[in-house]
Design a binder for this molecule. Structure first.
Ligand SMILES: [Zn+2]
Length: 138
């Protein structure tokens, strides 16, 4: 990779292309519809992201080179944290207080609920809980 491909602007463009592809042009988090590019990232749907990124280095470049393979989605960092908590990946390092871990199993935290009419009405509550969870995990 030459200096050109390493430049920040080019990297931002790569990221925009990848986010656009995996969000089907919406440029939004697939769970909560948050749309600020600075907080959007690519999520490995079935986990193992940290190990994979260690192998390939730059994920955006890798995805482009490999023709946008399946198994990835666009999530914002809040939803990444929530997903991690749900998958228990950070349980040892950052145990959540029981009152939150208990709530993670509630329908409130499923994608289906967020996309339902009732979930849309409760988006503010969901965001509030997301922020609490995110700050708990940091
Ligand atoms: Zn989100």
């Amino acid at each position: 990779m030459g200096n050109f491909a390493k430049s920040r602007e080019v990297q931002q463009q790569f990221k925009a292309n990848v986010i656009s592809h995996y969000s089907e042009g919406t440029m939004k988090c697939q769970w909560c519809s948050f749309g600020d590019m600075r907080a959007l990232s690519i999520d490995h749907i079935n986990g193992g992201g940290a190990r994979h990124i260690k192998q390939v280095g730059n994920l955006y470049t890798w995805l482009i080179k490999n023709g946008y393979p399946d198994g990835f989605q666009v999530l914002c960092m809040n939803c990444q944290w929530i997903k991690r908590a749900q998958r228990n990946e950070t349980a040892k390092k950052h145990p959540l207080p029981h009152r939150y871990t208990k709530r993670l199993n509630e329908p409130l935290f499923t994608k289906e609920y967020w996309n339902s009419p009732e979930g849309c009405q409760n988006l503010e509550t969901i965001r509030e809980i997301q922020l609490i969870l995110a700050s708990t995990l940091q």
